[in-house]
Ligand binder design. Structure first.
Ligand SMILES: Nc1ncnc2c1ncn2[C@@H]1O[C@H](COP(=O)(O)OP(=O)(O)O)[C@@H](O)[C@H]1O
Ligand SMILES: [Mg+2]
Length: 203
């Protein structure tokens, strides 16, 4: 069994690509989804987060107020590290469980959608790395439209991630998403056999 990585900047089209791959029969695991499961009410990770950050990060219903936490860690690297040290090991554990479930069903190739794959040093773990890419101006427009952000807020989110060039250098495959959805779909269809044939040593 092989697990490839699917990544890209915010609003680059990762989830769109993941859906297209899943529709074409590739099992996909979503790190964002696992991160939500990791901190579900009753979880050890949520207990640890409240211990570290206080009750103020809980919503009225006792679930984690992700926006409140994001605001706390956004501009504070130390706090971000602390949060990651609680959440990441649990996400890794959940991901291994999910991969094992797919492997038990006989799946040979599994995709793992990880927004901050490069930023978190996972590009050596999940190969090949598939990068969804588009020019920054277009990315900003899609981000503003999808999340209802103004220019300043969108730029702040983009600036918190690695620039595209740095990611392009580390990618095994690049899916350019500057055109229509139909074009993206065609690129995804072309990619699948190449993913299946990929080997790390190029053999
Ligand atoms: N080729 C495309 N043409 C037009 N809109 C697109 C295209 N690809 C993605 N989008 C839109 O751009 C936004 C970001 O895509 P999404 O898949 O949510 O990105 P990510 O998961 O990387 O944050 C969404 O609103 C999505 O519908
Ligand atoms: Mg997404």
């Amino acid at each position: 069994m092989r697990v490839f990585g699917l990544t890209g900047g915010i609003a680059s089209g990762k989830s769109t690509v993941a859906r297209l791959l899943a529709e074409r029969g590739l099992p996909m695991v979503d790190a964002d989804q696992l991160a939500r499961e990791a901190v579900a009410p009753g979880s050890l990770a949520l207990e640890q987060i409240v211990g570290a950050f206080g009750e103020g990060v809980l919503a009225a219903d006792g679930s984690l107020d992700r926006k409140a936490v994001a605001a706390r860690v956004f501009s504070d690297a130390g706090q971000r590290k602390l949060l990651n040290s609680i959440v990441h090991p649990r996400v890794a554990e959940l991901s291994r469980e999910r991969f094992a479930e797919h492997a038990a069903r006989g799946d040979q190739l599994i995709g793992y959608e990880v927004p901050l794959l490069f930023e978190n040093g996972l590009d050596a773990v999940f190969r090949p790395v598939v990068l969804v890419a588009l020019k920054p101006e277009q990315q900003q427009q899609r981000l503003m439209a999808r999340d209802g952000l103004d220019q300043e807020a969108a730029q702040a989110r983009l600036a918190a991630q690695w620039p595209l060039d740095r990611k392009l250098a580390g990618a095994d495959f690049v899916l350019w998403n500057e055109g229509s959805l139909a074009e993206l779909q065609a690129a995804v269809e072309e990619l699948i056999p190449r993913l299946r044939a990929f080997s790390v040593d190029g053999a």
